[in-house]
Write a protein that binds this ligand. Structure first.
Ligand code: ADP
Ligand code: MG
Length: 317
């Protein structure tokens, strides 16, 4: 059994006859097999406002523009920001008469939370809904799942089914605190925090499910500012230390840029600028640098080649 890297002992929750701490949020090999060949990328962090939805939307558009058939699932059932982002994109395209060639749209299937009074029954219902929805993305090359900034049953399910977990975090020690605790006096890493534990559990669940391959975890620094170079370096150094210890890869981060906030109402991303029907162009060095940052992030993910045909390709054939 894999050891917890911080305590060097097996997880107590997993010692209990192979059961997981939360009982039922396991990686279901059957629903993974149903979507065999679909690479599942989960965007998660228990911190709200760290850039999950922004990263998810840019990833979705980048994949579609590379010719991949891409699915999108929004598990932030309270805020539904990815759903709103995609809705805005659709409305924008309709208003401008822009076709899917210029403004591609992913396969989007909503998931509803259970309102059952019984917690156990509610989890059962959500587990069924999640498995059924996963199956409906079976013809996609990629499925991007945007998670809430909270530890919900659906979010744990998504993490346990991930091939890749992408964790955007603000470039600060407040966000770092969700990955690991630091000794206030020495600055040494003391142990894992909430979100690192959640990823670790997800890795265990996946290993126990018999699904081939592990979970690749990528941490993405977001909103990196030009100012406060000292803090930037300290956060960077600590993240490097931690990445070896708990097994994540560090992606090239995104800078702090107003453009990310401006594009949401139109449902656009930096990758759409300059396309037909999109009024804004890549107008400044800032936009070009931002686009390079996104490309660097995509390179870190080591995305493969498309094995499935997009609807456009099927129609053209
Ligand atoms: N690199 C960035 N620069 C500036 N604003 C950003 C950046 N990344 C995200 N934002 C903004 O921060 C807010 C929170 O981002 P969001 O992606 O919704 O986070 P989350 O999904 O983790 O809650 C949004 O208004 C978004 O436009
Ligand atoms: Mg969000």
């Amino acid at each position: 059994m894999t050891q917890n890297p911080f305590t060097n002992r097996p997880s107590a929750s997993l010692q209990a006859r192979g059961k997981t701490a939360d009982g039922d949020a396991v990686c279901d090999a059957e629903s993974r097999a149903a979507s065999d060949g679909t690479k599942v990328i989960v965007i998660g962090n228990e911190k709200g406002g760290s850039g999950k939805t922004t990263a998810a939307m840019h990833l979705i558009v980048a994949l579609m523009k590379s010719g991949f058939k891409t699915g999108a699932m929004d598990l932030d059932l309270r805020q539904k920001s990815l759903t709103r982002y995609l809705f805005n994109r659709q409305k924008w395209a309709e208003k401008q008469g822009t076709g899917v060639k210029d403004l591609p749209f992913p396969v989007f299937i909503p998931v509803e939370a259970s309102e059952d009074d019984s917690r156990a029954r509610s989890r059962e219902i959500e587990t069924e809904r999640f498995a059924e929805t996963m199956g409906r993305f079976a013809d996609c090359d990629y499925l991007i799942i945007d998670c809430p900034g909270a530890n919900t049953h659906l979010s744990r399910l998504a993490h346990a089914h991930a091939d890749v977990i992408v964790t955007p975090m603000n470039d600060s020690f407040v966000d770092f605190d969700l990955l690991a605790k630091l000794d206030p006096a020495s600055g040494d890493i003391l142990g894992p925090s909430l979100y690192a534990e959640m990823v670790w559990e997800a890795r265990q669940k996946r290993a126990m499910s018999g699904v081939m391959g592990g979970i690749d975890w990528v941490v993405l620094r977001n909103r990196i500012g030009a100012a406060n170079a000292k803090n930037k370096k300290r956060v960077g150094d600590k993240l490097k230390d931690l990445s070896d210890r708990i097994g994540f890869r560090l992606a090239h981060g995104f800078g702090e840029r107003v453009i990310y906030r401006e594009l949401f109402p139109m449902g656009l991303t930096l990758l759409d600028l300059g396309q037909g029907g999109v009024p804004r162009k890549l107008s400044s060095m800032t936009h070009i640098t931002a686009r390079q940052e996104i490309r660097a992030f995509l390179l870190t993910l080591k995305l493969g080649k498309s094995t499935k045909k997009t609807d456009q390709q099927t129609q053209a054939a």
